[in-house]
Design a binder for this molecule. Structure first.
Ligand SMILES: Cc1ncc(COP(=O)(O)O)c(C=O)c1O
Length: 392
């Protein structure tokens, strides 16, 4: 029997899919044999169980590659997008020639990109942080102005985790290549939600993460154009020489199999799911704007992920709202770092005031949300905002 607390939790509406997604039950089913019967180390090809595990890893590698238009040999398994970003940025820069010590990224990147760039700065690289417009889109003219033949790497995200805003990755890559620079994209939020194609984008390095696309946590991949032998990366971890020597450590076979299955499902269902989720997201935004006329959707007119809504409700504190709203699980435009709540650097870079950044909530919808949930979320959010404004 359920405890009352559990029943309440089960009834709660989860709108925080950009933070993480639940594992799809099909993914869990695919993983199970690899915790049990097929537990062997895939590096040991001398016994049948090792070979069976290795075949499962290679099948998953094909599935991950297929979702982004890559070939299997271009996929390096990592622990997630944080590690992929570090491997791409620090690993590539380790081989930058002395004549190319400039690197470029932008103000709305995830900290998992901004912090490795800080490390490069400490190593003597000249780092440019491009500004964004009011929608959070990178200014291509600014990029062009900073690019020259001393530039080694440009890293611009595919989609923003807080606003869902898409960056012009194809144009960024083309400009970077004109001066002979490499181009990386953190696509942790884009892969699985919109079509992503490394060939169409012309990207050299792409980070992705399984737990953002209904796979398990702790597993991700870095796409490396032509494979790690064609585009040399200094490993962050050395040891057993796994993953073409770029990422040592015994492979997490169940997680890799789950990641592969999650990618297979996304590839098959992305078209229909994208349209359904976007319709739900639009319904959510229409409903809330009607109920709360002073609210604003950030970057509403910009190209955005179909599932994400960044909503500023002037006069409220987003964290207080969420604490008073356990029935609807969402995110806020602020990050709690070492006890102090700082307003989101993404919203500030878009020109929001600190006050408005603190008044911003993020709803990110997903595969298992229903229309009934969205309608209930609108009522609950509006009700609680009005109560907070009355000082309740
Ligand atoms: C844009 C972006 N990059 C990187 C990450 C980190 O991903 P992971 O949790 O797989 O390390 C996230 C997750 O929050 C993200 O949204």
């Amino acid at each position: 029997m359920n405890t009352p607390a559990l029943t309440k939790l089960e009834m709660a509406i989860y709108l925080d899919h950009n933070a993480t997604t639940p594992c799809d039950p099909r993914v869990v089913r695919a993983m199970l044999p690899y915790f049990g019967e097929v537990f062997a180390n895939p590096a040991n090809g001398l016994h049948p169980l090792g070979r069976q595990a290795a075949r499962a890893v290679e099948a998953a590698r094909e599935q991950v590659a297929a979702l982004i238009g890559a070939s299997a040999g271009e996929i390096v398994f990592t622990s997630g997008a944080t590690e992929s970003n570090h491997l791409a940025i620090l690993g590539a820069a380790a081989y930058a020639p002395p004549s190319r010590r400039k690197v470029i990224t932008c103000a709305v990147e995830h900290k998992a990109v901004l912090l490795p760039f800080k490390r490069l700065e400490a190593q003597g690289f000249a780092v440019t942080l491009l500004p964004v417009d009011a929608d959070g889109r990178v200014l291509l003219a600014e990029l062009e102005r900073h690019l020259d033949e001393r530039t080694f790497l440009v890293s611009i995200q595919a989609a923003n985790n807080e606003t869902g805003v898409l960056q012009p990755v194809r144009e960024v890559a083309a400009l970077a290549h004109q001066v002979g620079a490499l181009c990386h994209t953190d696509a942790a939020q884009a892969v699985g939600k919109i079509p992503c194609d490394v060939e169409a984008w012309g990207i050299d390095l792409l980070s992705m993460s399984a737990h953002k696309l209904y796979g398990p946590k702790g597993i991700g991949a870095l796409y490396v154009r032509g494979g790690a032998r064609a585009l040399p990366l200094r490993p962050l971890l050395e040891g057993g020489g796994q993953e073409a020597g770029v990422r040592a450590g015994t492979l997490n076979v169940p997680a890799i199999v789950g990641f592969g299955e999650a990618c297979r499902i996304c590839r098959e269902e992305l078209g229909a799911e994208r349209a359904r989720i976007q319709a739900l997201r639009d319904r959510f935004e229409r409903g809330l704007l009607a109920a709360l006329p002073s609210a604003r959707i950030n970057a509403q007119g910009a190209p955005r992920l179909p599932n994400t809504s960044s909503l500023t409700v002037p006069g409220i504190e987003a964290d207080a709202l969420l604490l008073n709203l356990p029935e609807v699980m969402m995110g806020v435009g602020a990050a709690c770092a070492s006890g102090a709540v700082e307003p989101s650097h993404v919203l500030l870079a878009m020109g929001l005031s600190r006050k408005d950044a603190y008044a911003t909530i993020r709803a990110s919808l997903g595969r298992f949300n229903t229309e009934a949930e969205i309608d209930r979320a609108i009522v609950l959010i509006a009700e609680r905002v009005l109560a907070l404004r009355r000082g309740g």
